[in-house]
Ligand binder design. Sequence first.
Ligand code: AMP
Ligand code: ZN
Length: 458
Amino acid sequence: MSIRLHNNLTRCVEEFSPLDPGRVTMYVCGPTVYHHVHIGNARPYVVFGLLARLLRRVYGAEHVVYARNVTDVDDKINAAALAAGVPIDAITGRYTAAFREDMQKLGADVPDVEPHATAHIAEIIAMCEKLIANGHAYAVEGHVLFDVTSCPQYGQLSRRSVEDMIAGARVEVAPYKKNPADFVLWKPSTSELPGWESPWGRGRPGWHIECSAMAAAHLGATIDIHAGGNDLMFPHHENEIAQSTCANRRQFARYWLHNGMLTFDGRKMSKSLGNVLQLHELLRRHPPEVLRYLLLRAHYRQPLDWSDETLKQARATLDGWYGVLRDLADVEAADGDVPASIEAALCDDLNTPQAFAELAKLADEARRAVSTAEKRNAKATLLAGGELLGLLREDPERWFRGGEKVEESEIESLLDQRRAARTARDFKRADEIRDRLAAMGIAIEDGPQGTRWKVVER
Ligand code: AMP
Ligand code: ZN
């Protein structure tokens, strides 16, 4: 099945055709590890992780190289380390581990390589030297700056002219710059800041050159797909293109993909606005599949508004699908492959809303299945569709019981007491027990097969 992707270079949906189908390459800008990530930060890693999954399925896992870097040297990290009175690697080590744990819980696909900027200082310095030698950069007062006037295609991704950038004040004015739009490749470090020896004195890299150097080191001069949030399009991705193209004299990334922003109360979720919901906190309160479903529910290019209401709806949708699987618990699933309708939806520029509509249809079919053969096939297809989307991987009974966290023995004991009270026709006592369970966030449902319970809130 061929994949079609919206390429932001052309602003069109195009047929994806890798340069070498034997080595399909994708680079996704990774986190800056100075804090816990928020749920918005997770969107690119869940979305483009799903793309990596699809590429691995279509081209074979051994033919795909997915790189997601870790930005472990940055002024925000320096500020956090100074504030805590510890070296930067104490901060970056802690938050890299926390990030990996959060991603694993969300089912975000693991990259093939996870390069760290601090492990690529030699490549960064070499790239700066090459750019200076090629006439695209200049050294001044311990800085190395990229000369934007040397790069005629500068602005091609974000479709801005250098004049627009200056007029929009999106650039930092500094006395040592030839042009206000020139950006930093290398900057000097004072003795209390992390730094590395370089031809321009002790210093540290700028953020943009880190990604250019890591992408080239692990994927080559030209890569197939480069992705990240659309807030990175300018200046970060524009600058990556300028650096890589001018240093390597080849096209840098052939397809540029950007996810829309996750908003909260209508505004972009971001640390600087102070409206963040930390992912590790959300993971404590909600099943990871609910969060994953919500992150994928909107098309990746659209904005995605987060609210308690959407969380409730997501939970209800998954409860519906898990309910079907619970009713089929005694049916052994047949051997099933991924449903073509779901794969086709994903191949159409990662159309996850369509993929979920198809999954809902499969759940309906499974609900309506009558014969054992129908049930076995329907269960298999539903599970296989869920698997591709990273959902429906839990045991249905456990899902409704809220995973391991609920003290099942306590609930069972209360249900026994309620049964005994009802047998003794002590309905007041039975109702009291029901209320007590409700206060614990447990809803019960009396049916022909006895009393079932589920966690409604945790
Ligand atoms: P940062 O660590 O700030 O560089 O962000 C890591 C990734 O999260 C980048 O790809 C950003 O584009 C992305 N990102 C940041 N905020 C949001 C948001 N509110 N919604 C979606 N993606 C975001
Ligand atoms: Zn980057």
